[in-house]
Design a binder for this molecule. Sequence first.
Ligand code: 3MF
Ligand code: MG
Length: 347
Amino acid sequence: MSRADNKGYRFTFGPWNVSTGADMFGPAVRRELPFSKIIRLYKSLGYDGVQFHDDDVVPADWGVSETEKGVRKVKRILDNEGLFVEILAPRLWEHPKTIDGAYTSNSPRDRKYAIERSKRCVDIARMLETRNIVLWLAREGTYIREAKDPVTAVGRIVDAINALLEYDSEIRILLEAKPNEPMDQSYLPTAAHMIGIAYRTVDPDRVGVLIESAHAILAGLDPSDEMAYAIWHGKLWSVHLNDQNGLKFDEDKAFGSVDLRRAFNQVWVLERAGYGSQGECVGFDVKPMRTTKQADITKHLANSRQFFLDLVDVARSLDNELIEQLRKNRDYEELERYVIGALMGKH
Ligand code: 3MF
Ligand code: MG
């Protein structure tokens, strides 16, 4: 598939999006696909690049030379497929040393582990030729407010970001906010919170955000507003598009599958801002349904991309002069009819 098929966008997803269907209440219902097989699916699905956690590439406990060898092997597989790596993210939420958070843990030894692991993630990223490090601060929050000092916690997060910025002068940090899950409450629940601390780091120009639709929805926001806010700051460097049905667990549903209007809002904002012109990618973070059969394991990825592209068509079909006129006349009722009509394929 060519760049024209993708309407000028570059699409990415992470290997974890091809999942086995295991959830909190039941085991896997599909076979796990080997990494090399997953990688071969990308191009045929119209995707251009890969998102990784550090341990999607090589196990987290490997030593330096083993790690280098392992990363080189993955790089060869990617090169053979013509795929680039968009982002690397340290998985700071599974290891026993991150039980009490990572950067905000009450244990100095565990905080040190989190920073060392993040630096190793930077090394892996550089070997895979990406400068983008995503920090989803999964356990930086509390189940009980008094467990940690929340003021100290914010400072510790800034210190950790600084340590990474100083470790490698080329990398950029993309902060991914989520208001809850796994924690009851996160210290930095929205992209706007993340942007606030970005300015207090040692190099604000190298700190931006990745915005996930579902995470903004879980915070009670329209994701397109969070995206617009980040764009104004010049800090929207990646997205995890998906959908979410109300305020419950993070569902990672196919993009546009719950609320087409809300999905369109995001596409409209991205389109009008020229998102992608600085190399930003359209990433998806979507899960197949548990009922999905083995043979259909990538349908949610194909669908999410297709829904996005179809909404791009709608956005591009709108008559901007008419919209300006309706704005001038303050005729938002007619503007609504026009936009909803377009979404229903009426013009
Ligand atoms: C959690 C997420 C994660 C992050 C990923 C990269 C499984 O709700 O969305 O995806 O996006 O770990 O930071
Ligand atoms: Mg995500």
